[in-house]
Design a protein around this ligand. Structure first.
Ligand code: GRF
Length: 213
């Protein structure tokens, strides 16, 4: 399975995917492109070190957003991935891309959707709101991308306990280490091995084992 990974920041989720392919946790998968809107994203350095083709195209290069959307769609069509992985991608994915890759785009979100998600909930903001609310459990979610924001069918989730003295930064790091970097590679491997189907807006996983996450 050919995947394109879309990034905007440090790329630790990208690195988890690269490492999982290298150590066999992810099978039948090749990263054919890493795209970023941000030329300074360290994720791009990670891709180059791993010998993966990269593409950088920022909306700021275009007067009209529609022209950027067309350029992004063309970059993805040219790469012709079987699956698109949003790994900390802060660009709003255009409707044209979602339509071109139905149920073939997945996203990692650093909370247990439907909590702390939707417009404006990204990065540290997610963890600030979880701590502000005083929840005892948060975690991460991998879901298919549909026309909404963090609203597509849920593939995998992993809970992470919140500790008394957590700050947003401490919680973010724990959720990345204990949840994101595990369930994103796992979801990719399941999809690469045809274990995932969507029926009636719900995800069915062949041989699903919640203890294996
Ligand atoms: C991660 O916390 C991810 O859940 C969110 O953005 C962050 C990206 O981090 N979507 P990285 O670029 O993978 O390190």
């Amino acid at each position: 399975m050919k995947i394109a990974v879309l990034v905007s920041g440090g790329g630790t989720n990208l690195q988890a995917i690269i490492d999982a392919i290298d150590n066999g946790t992810i099978t039948n998968t090749e990263i054919v492109l890493v795209y970023s809107n941000n030329p300074n994203a360290y994720a791009i350095e990670r891709a180059k070190k791993a010998g993966i083709p990269t593409a950088v195209k920022s909306p700021k290069e275009f007067e009209k957003r529609d022209d950027f959307n067309k350029a992004l769609l063309q970059i993805l069509l040219d790469a012709a991935p079987d699956l698109i992985v949003l790994a900390g991608c802060l660009v709003v994915i255009p409707k044209s891309v979602v339509e071109a890759f139905p149920n073939r785009i997945i996203n990692i979100h650093p909370s247990l959707i439907p909590s702390f998600c939707g417009t404006g909930f990204y990065g540290l903001k997610v963890h600030e709101k979880a701590l502000e609310r005083g929840v005892r459990v948060s975690g991460a979610t991998v879901h298919f991308v549909d026309a909404g924001t963090d609203t597509g069918p849920i593939i995998l989730q992993k809970p992470v306990m919140i500790e008394q003295n957590d700050t947003p930064e401490i919680l973010q790091k724990r959720i990345m280490e204990q949840a994101e970097w595990k369930i994103l590679p796992k979801a990719i491997d399941l999809i690469a091995n045809n274990k995932v189907t969507v029926e009636g807006g719900k995800v069915i996983i062949d041989g699903y084992d919640s203890q294996s996450l």
